[in-house]
Design a protein around this ligand. Structure first.
Ligand SMILES: *Cc1c(COP(=O)(O)O)cnc(C)c1O
Length: 384
């Protein structure tokens, strides 16, 4: 028997009461009973995102919500700015090009956050840019961006601010309306504590004007269809068959978040990630994030001679814990320990212990217990 754990930055572990919800009979989606649940989910999502605007729910992974944002605000021939600090930022670029946009890139070295001065320079030099696409948290490098500062820059600019909050929202501070974000996209399998399969989009008034004029061919992800469904018979609905069971699960997971409160959820992620970072440093390993270290995961540079593909495989196959290796050009060179979603005080200790044991077995020069000791000390300090 092997007990299994997920310590990856998505999909993440799902609370037992949320898992159990999926076992309930499937409801028909065009019923008052189901639409009441949908209404609750959408209201609670507004709370999580920090918006008074409508939230649209779609049956797709997070990338579907990214595509919905792109297809609804960008028309072929538009110029857009992509602020990329890793693999998911690069996905914005690939996607913008697929939609026929020309891309101006702000791209610091991986491990760093977007420089607000560089973003300002790009916006100033491109007054005709239709949008700027960024990540709240760049999951591939474990670095987050200062969205509030970017929102101040786009406030007086033509460009819409489009934020991929797929891994960050539900784990770290986010205020869509207060920060002036125009489009927010999220996926369900990270901070929102349900299995993969749902995604969310919310748009500002400024974005909505662009969406109404947008001519890009689209159908399933046409946000106008989602908006129209919202007011059907004075109760929210989805334009296509709702992912009924996932939405029922989301209702339960959001009740847990609401009960804990956004602030406490953010605080918990900050504490847990700090204990992992401190433990890893005490072990003598180098963190990959040079600034703005993520709270949803810790990215770690492999010690001399260690291939992180083998390390992550060993931790998964021998110990039963799923972590993540490096993505794109960092494949084999870094690994990532998630502390995202349904996580608590003893998860960091398990994660750091597994890293220590696997590295030792692979012949790395580390002292067993040094990282775990520091992680425990930090947790005791943080939970005093
Ligand atoms: C996971 C993730 C995505 C992709 O989401 P999928 O659900 O795999 O489509 C995009 N952006 C960020 C920042 C992510 O963490």
């Amino acid at each position: 028997m092997k007990k299994k754990y997920i310590m990856a930055p998505g999909p993440t572990e799902v609370p037992p009461e949320v898992l159990a919800e999926a076992a309930k009979p499937v409801m028909h989606h065009r019923t008052p009973q189901f639409r009441k649940i949908l209404t609750e989910v959408l209201d609670n999502m507004k709370y999580v995102i920090g918006t008074a605007r409508n939230v649209y729910i779609m049956a797709s992974s997070g990338t579907g919500a990214m595509e919905a944002a792109m297809a609804n605000v960008v028309s072929a021939g538009d110029k857009v700015i992509v602020g990329t600090i890793g693999a998911f930022g690069d996905r914005w670029e690939t996607m913008a090009k697929a939609y026929g946009a020309s891309v101006v890139k702000v791209a610091p070295e991986w491990g760093y956050a977007l420089s607000i001065a560089e973003v300002k320079k790009a916006l100033d030099a491109n007054p005709d840019a239709a949008a700027i696409f960024v990540q709240l948290n760049e999951t591939s490098t474990g670095v987050y961006n200062d969205i509030e500062a970017i929102g101040k820059l786009t406030a007086g600019h033509k460009a819409l601010l489009v934020v991929d909050g797929i891994s960050g929202i539900g784990a770290q501070p986010y205020y869509m309306d207060k920060w002036g974000v125009d489009v927010t996209v999220i996926g369900s399998q990270k901070g929102l504590m349900i299995p993969p399969g749902l995604a969310y989009v919310s748009c500002s008034e400024k974005a909505w004007k662009v969406i109404e004029a947008n001519k890009t061919p689209k159908f399933y992800f046409d946000l106008k269809r989602y908006e129209k469904a919202m007011t059907k018979e004075k109760m929210p609905d989805t334009p296509w068959t709702s992912a009924v069971s996932l939405i029922m699960q989301q209702a339960v997971a959001l009740r847990l978040i609401k009960e804990e409160t956004n602030e406490k959820v953010w605080e918990r992620h900050a504490k847990l990630s700090k204990s992992v970072r401190e433990g890893i440093k005490a072990l003598g390993l180098e963190l990959f994030a040079k600034e703005n270290p993520a709270v949803v995961l810790t990215s770690i540079v492999a010690p001399q001679g260690i291939d992180t593909k083998i390390l992550v495989k060993k931790i998964r196959d021998d110990y039963g814990i799923s972590m993540a290796g490096g993505q794109g050009k960092m494949e084999g060179l870094i690994f990532r320990v998630g502390t995202l979603g349904y996580t608590d005080r003893f998860d960091p200790i398990m994660g750091v212990a597994a890293v220590e044991m696997a590295l030792k077995e692979m012949g790395a020069n580390i002292e067993i217990g040094k990282g775990v000791k520091r992680t425990m000390e930090v947790l005791m300090e943080e939970y005093k």
